[in-house]
Write a protein that binds this ligand. Structure first.
Ligand code: NAD
Ligand code: ZN
Length: 358
């Protein structure tokens, strides 16, 4: 059975295209009491950028705390709060920020039209009803969340995406000017999420010609940016946004692999954020991706980036076991990496050995 996959609806693209957002949302503001729900990354609070957000009198704007990665309970709380403020649904939920805020926007828009807690829908194709319109505007690039068909949430039991054809946003705004303020090493960590997506997608049993074509171009752009001595030039900022977009699309037609499977386990126990967690894990995966890890190390060297060491040094044997438990639940990732016989290769001892090196 082939999946009839859905990607993003419309794309507004170009430097300073953000200033056209009012026109884009204007097409949706049909009724007199229409309103937009804006979710904005906390980095922008108090910055001049806030004045450029086209907030109308009925609109609601919430600053999103992303100290921790997106939680189902925060999704549920924001939906309940907005419902208590207005009898109508917003005409668009607009997420302005990185993977975290975009994932919040993608989840919140679904929970306006689906009953109960968002934790009930963590998994594949569990959402019953189409959500309200959703606009995503990346301000840091690499995750591909701007185009992907998943929104990654941590619930009471698991960290798992709400994944399916209802999840991709309807409108994307790609404005390279918005990512210029991202500091290092955060920019590198999130950008490497894209690089790692491409390496993982291309090296596995579930790769497809469609995924490969998109991922190969994304990879070429990552190399242009990070093997140059000028990764932060305006043209490279723009390339990074497109690399992230193509990398996210590529995953729709392939799968992530060993790094993401282990990094999800590591994050469950340590709370390490996705971008940096992936770098910590990928750095130890020569066995799976020899060429990719070699090139990743070269990118770190050229860009003078160091990644955290000793992340698991203070973890108890029980905590390491918990990381392994979570990692082993990601069966589809391991099938992509090693094929149907993956359980013979990915043993608990192998995972323990890798985790202890991180
Ligand atoms: P993020 O959204 O967590 O943000 C990282 C940091 O960058 C934050 O401190 C934020 O305030 C800051 N920041 C954002 N924009 C900035 C700007 N313009 N200037 C200065 N600082 C800025 O980082 P991320 O790596 O983009 O996203 C990680 C999240 O994305 C994780 O929760 C992960 O699970 C999720 N994710 C989702 C998908 C998907 O397909 N849905 C894919 C990969 C990762
Ligand atoms: Zn990722």
């Amino acid at each position: 059975m082939f999946r009839n996959l859905k990607a993003i609806g419309r794309i507004l693209y170009g430097r300073n295209s953000f200033d056209q957002l009012d026109d884009v949302l204007g097409e949706l503001r049909i009724e007199k009491d229409s309103y937009v729900l804006f979710l904005v990354d906390e980095y922008f609070e108090g910055k001049d950028f806030m004045k450029r957000i086209p907030v109308h009198p009925h609109d609601i704007l919430k600053i999103i705390d992303i100290t921790e990665e997106p939680k189902t309970k925060t999704v549920d709380a924001i939906v309940a709060e907005v419902k208590s403020l207005s009898a109508n649904l917003p005409v668009s939920v607009v997420g302005i920020g990185g993977g975290s805020v975009m994932d919040y926007a993608k989840a919140i828009r679904l929970m306006f039209t689906n009953e109960g807690s968002s934790s009930l829908y963590q998994g594949l194709d569990l959402i019953k009803n189409k959500g309200v319109h959703c606009t995503v505007i990346p301000t840091i690039s690499g995750t591909g969340a701007e185009v992907s068909m998943t929104t990654v949430l941590t619930g009471p039991v698991k960290k798992l995406g709400i994944k399916g054809n209802f999840t991709p946003a309807d409108q994307l705004v790609i404005d390279p000017e918005l990512i210029t303020s991202v500091p290092e090493p955060q920019r590198f960590y999130t950008a490497m999420d894209c690089y790692i997506h491409n390496i993982e997608a291309a090296n596995g049993f579930r790769k497809t010609v469609m995924g490969d074509a998109l991922g190969a171009e994304s990879l070429r752009l990552c190399r242009d940016i990070y093997l140059s001595n000028d990764s932060r030039s305006p043209v490279n900022e723009e390339k990074l946004m497109i690399a992230s977009y193509l990398g996210g699309l590529s995953l729709t037609y392939s799968e992530v692999g060993a790094c993401h499977a282990i990094s999800y386990g590591l994050a469950t126990v340590t709370g390490i954020h996705h971008g940096v967690g992936n770098c910590v894990v990928f750095n130890q995966l020569e066995e799976f991706y020899p060429e990719g890890v070699k090139e990743f190390k070269e990118m770190m060297r050229v860009n003078n980036i160091a990644i955290p060491q000793g992340v698991t040094a203070n973890c108890s044997p029980e905590e390491i076991d918990k990381m392994i438990d979570v990692t082993l639940t990601l069966v589809f990732m391991w099938q992509h990496v090693c094929g149907p016989e993956w359980e013979k290769i990915i043993t608990r001892d192998k995972l323990r050995g890798l985790l202890m090196k991180m």
